[in-house]
Design a protein around this ligand. Structure first.
Ligand SMILES: NC(=O)c1ccc[n+]([C@@H]2O[C@H](COP(=O)([O-])OP(=O)(O)OC[C@H]3O[C@@H](n4cnc5c(N)ncnc54)[C@H](OP(=O)(O)O)[C@@H]3O)[C@@H](O)[C@H]2O)c1
Length: 299
């Protein structure tokens, strides 16, 4: 029987992909502002009471990592209080809650990929509030939940991401300086959405808990930028850029500190899905093809 899925945050990078990908898996009600506002948690209570979904997916968040440093209260309400309310309401409705979290719950001092059980220690307000959101769900009365931590999300939708920023700068500048000492795993929003979709028929109390999911492989922001320009050059994208210069984090001061190494081990989810995620470079190529030619490649 078709499930009723309430998608909170249907307009972000992952939210838009979820709207497309989830279609075969149930009746999707995608809500975004102004119908729901995570800074007004009573709007969530009303929506969940009205629709009585069997599955709630939270793809909304306060994601402006630097701005969060000057708006910690708002980031806390959106990233921690709202997920707590979602968990409470999911428990009341006996709905399964899927919540998305981040690699920025870690401090980046590891030298090997972070496991789900590794100690968290966020370096910035965004990571701290996202961790509070995770903990609110873990300590709630909601027993059927899945927290999916992901990282370095890119895609065709949403207001901004690293790929879109590089394409804009690549058209405007001859030289682009990019941080080369932060390492992570770029992850295509479409793959995150497809992974959530694959999990939907298998949701049960046996797979409750925290999972990591990113595309395979690692990169620095510099490696990621070089790959973006190599790929779009092949597609005939007009570029001004001649030099991509690797710089250190210290040479690019930002309001928020970021982990130097935030690669996530995805072995736990790979064991459930029976497959490893595709490599980020391969998925970047496909995403850029779709973005630039506006013509999706067949799978
Ligand atoms: N982006 C990354 O690199 C990254 C990395 C790791 C984890 N994540 C996590 O992945 C999830 C999805 O991220 P994303 O990249 O898809 O984010 P995104 O593109 O920035 O989208 C976030 C969405 O949240 C919505 N939102 C923000 N404040 C809201 C509020 N008060 N009420 C209702 N909706 C609100 C936004 O709505 P509007 O469209 O109205 O602004 C937007 O649609 C988030 O949980 C994020 O923390 C992201």
């Amino acid at each position: 029987m078709s499930k009723l899925i309430l998608l909170v945050g249907g307009n972000g990078q992952v939210g838009k992909e979820l709207q497309k990908t989830l279609k075969p898996y149930g009746n999707i009600i995608a809500l975004a502002r102004p119908a729901i506002d995570l800074s007004q948690p009573d709007t969530l209570v009303r929506a969940i009471g009205q629709y009585q979904p069997q599955i709630i997916i939270n793809a909304a968040a306060y994601t402006a990592v630097d701005k969060a440093e000057s708006e910690p209260e708002l980031a806390e309400i959106i990233n921690a209080t709202a997920p707590k309310i979602l968990a409470q309401e999911a428990a009341k409705q006996k709905a399964f809650l899927i919540h998305i979290s981040t690699d920025y719950v870690f401090d980046g001092k590891n030298y090997c990929p972070y496991q789900e059980t590794d100690a968290t220690n966020p370096l910035n307000v965004y990571g701290t509030t996202k961790l509070s959101g995770e903990q609110a769900i873990l300590h709630s009365r909601c027993s059927d939940f899945l927290i999916l931590r992901t990282a370095w999300v890119f895609g065709a939708f949403g207001k901004s991401n690293f790929v879109k920023t590089m394409l804009r700068l690549g058209k405007e500048r001859e030289e682009i300086r990019v941080v080369a000492d932060q390492i992570g795993s770029p992850s295509w929003a479409k793959d995150i959405a497809e992974t959530i979709a694959k999990l939907i028929p298998r949701l049960s109390s046996e797979i409750t808990g925290i999972y990591h999911y990113t595309n395979s492989g690692v990169a620095s922001w510099y490696d990621f930028a070089v790959a973006i320009f190599e790929e779009v050059q092949q597609l005939g994208f007009p570029l001004q850029v001649r030099r991509i210069v690797p710089i250190t984090t210290a040479e690019y001061p930002t309001q928020a500190r970021r982990p130097a190494y935030s690669v996530l081990s995805c072995a736990k989810i790979a064991a459930i899905l029976g497959t490893h995620a595709p490599h980020w470079r391969q998925r970047l190529r496909k995403m850029l093809w779709e973005l630039i030619t506006n013509c999706p490649l067949l799978e």
